[in-house]
Design a protein around this ligand. Structure first.
Ligand SMILES: [Fe+2]
Length: 320
């Protein structure tokens, strides 16, 4: 692990393979269960409850120590914790998380500059399903959002519900959210790494007590390239990119991550990337010289996800 405290970036060995990166493109999230040690999780909870004196490793020039300390009184953004050496080393640079981030965001991953604290007094009803504010839908993986649960978060404590695959913004995930969703049940010290565009809600809780969750983003600082663990047997022509409507978007995202976005062309129908294991020969259309890009802006026609149509307009058709 190389951590550059000046630039607030890190580099480490990627841990995901081709198949796992493609699986992330299809699911839009990865759960790393219980990877932060118990004593650190407890320290985080105590720190947030102001039972440990803050000792930030540096004070950014536009802030003062007082201003930083006040962030602990903020109900939503205790940003001072991002400057604590122990939190950087034991949580932000957790080796399991870092390997996955390095795979999906390339070299020199940028650390979070803002943290959101989502504390819920249980029991609570479920939140309405939603995409978070300022969402965009497109093939780029320019940043990734992470939930960190410092305490056990069983179903009774209302972990976040996500709809797998919904980060592409397709109407079917919105319309079938109850049916397709999963609860991110996790033990203390877990990360739920995900696309910020995933359709989600705070789940219904029936237990009692406070459920804490911290949310922060990691950032890409380099152009995408296929520098994770390459599998010699991985075949771009026959890989399983997903089913009708959605597979072409997941494939587009995978190609973008590989640094091959310019090569991505669709001819439609049963042409690549559509394929079935039992078909008698590879799909036509693989490596087509002429073709189309998926039109990400059309996905939300008649969408009822809660974002108004004006907001959707900012995500115009993918034209790069
Ligand atoms: Fe949300």
């Amino acid at each position: 692990m190389q951590y550059n405290s000046e630039n607030m970036t890190f580099d480490t060995k990627p841990t995901l393979s081709d198949t796992q990166v493609l699986e992330f493109c299809k699911q839009g999230y990865i759960i790393l269960d219980g990877v932060v040690p118990k004593e650190i999780n407890e320290k985080v909870s105590k720190y947030l409850a102001k039972k440990i004196p803050p000792k930030p490793s540096k004070i950014p020039s536009h802030l003062t120590l007082e201003m930083l300390k006040e962030t602990l009184d903020s109900p939503v953004e205790p940003n001072i914790i991002l400057l604590e050496d122990w939190f950087i080393n034991e949580v932000l640079l957790n080796s399991d998380l870092a390997g996955v981030l390095r795979s999906l965001l390339g070299k020199n991953v940028g650390l979070p500059v803002l943290v959101s604290k989502h504390s819920t007094e249980c029991p609570q009803p479920a939140q309405p399903w939603h995409h978070d504010g300022d969402v965009v839908f497109g093939p780029e993986v320019s940043f990734l959002e992470t939930f960190y649960y410092p305490q056990d978060t069983p179903i009774e404590m209302g972990p976040t519900d996500v709809v797998p695959g919904s980060h592409i913004g397709l109407n079917k995930f919105v319309n079938q959210a109850d049916e397709l969703s999963i609860a991110t049940v996790a033990s203390a010290g877990s990360f739920v790494l995900h696309s910020q565009s995933i359709y989600h809600r705070r789940g219904r809780s029936t237990g009692t007590g406070i459920r804490d969750m911290l949310k922060f983003n990691y950032w890409r600082t380099t152009s995408p390239t296929r520098d994770w663990i390459k599998q010699p047997e991985f075949d771009f022509a026959t890989a399983d990119y997903g089913g009708h409507f959605a597979g072409r978007y997941y494939a587009h995202m995978f190609y973008w991550l590989c640094g091959k976005e310019k090569d991505f062309k669709l001819i439609g129908g049963q042409g690549w990337p559509w394929n079935k294991p039992n078909q008698i020969a590879p799909s036509y259309g693989y490596n087509a010289q002429e073709g189309y890009k998926p039109d990400w802006s059309r996905l939300h026609e008649q969408c009822n996800c809660g974002i108004n149509f004006t907001s959707h307009d900012v995500n115009s058709a993918y034209t790069k």
